[in-house]
Design a protein around this ligand. Sequence first.
Ligand code: AMP
Length: 375
Amino acid sequence: MNNNIVRPGQTIGILGGGQLGRMMAVAARHMGYRIAVLDPTEDCPCAHVADEHIVAAYDDREAAEQLLELSDVITYEFENVDLKVARLFEQADKLPQGAYSLEVTQNREKEKQVSVDAGLPVAKYEIVQTFDQFKGAMRTIDFPAVIKTVSGGYDGKGQLPLGSEEDFDDVETFMEEGGTYIVEQWVPFELEISQVFTRGQDGDITYFPVAENIHKNHILHETRVPATVSKKVAKKAQEAVKSLAEKMNIVGTFAVEMFVKDHDVYINELAPRPHNSGHYTIEACNVSQFEQHVRAICGLPLLPIHSFPAAVMVNVLGKHQEILHSKLERYYGFHVHDYGKSEARATRKMGHITFVGENLKEIDELIKNNQIHMW
Ligand code: AMP
């Protein structure tokens, strides 16, 4: 028996028990795996579908050792995993994704460097640590631009757009905490896309259809498939992620967010895990981003991907949840996912809905008829 194969009845450990962990666990349970999750929140979404829940901080060494003990293989649902913990799992030969993908994706500077090393276009950027260095960097970067913390930011947090020198005072305040920052040229993109893919331990790669992403207030609002890009641009997106996947020796499901401008793709952000823009694959593809991820980490061959001609996923935030629940019996034509979170803050991701169909026009009509376009 091959030691790298994890078989039904064995346990998958998941670091992080939010919606991504929950959807991974649901896919894994269909395949007969047991689930152990480590998450500090008692009633977290993944705990509802897990066999074991270790309630502890993510960097709690004893809890990490307990997860290691319980699990035959370990994965994670977010990139900000304590690297010491990741290395502990890797040394025990239970983290097929490896710690390196985490090290890169936790840090925007490393992310950019890996992309540049792979020969891929990125927005022009400079790394700065002081306000003086920032002012120096702005001699080579034109307005508009954006300054971001190199680590820890998400959904638009930890970044400040720069329209002119009038914003410099705000930058000084923004940099007060100290640390390392990245100043980026603003890319006047035509659209934002993501390429979600999975790489097996044998190096095989499968690509989900390129998705078009629409953000509202920095939070993903809607994912549309097919993206409105030419075959040539879709091919560029696929080739870009292939070179990153091979360079980084990626295992599992991974997402690359890109800007499209003048028929070129610019790498924006890497996510070493299933991604919000891949949730549509649950209903729109024969194998979801979660099932394919489970197959990869368990050492199973990936499945070839077939999909519906069109799909749209819309996020359900706290502010949408009540109306969704109250009108559930009157809505038609879409799948509802609810993550089982107890507290519905206005901008918290509470669930999502997915439409599948023959074309986007037909789906857009359903969206309108159900008044989802008002969200
Ligand atoms: P990020 O956290 O880097 O993914 O940024 C969040 C969102 O801000 C992106 O999805 C873009 O809509 C926008 N954004 C960030 N950086 C840039 C940039 N250099 N040029 C254009 N838009 C950007």
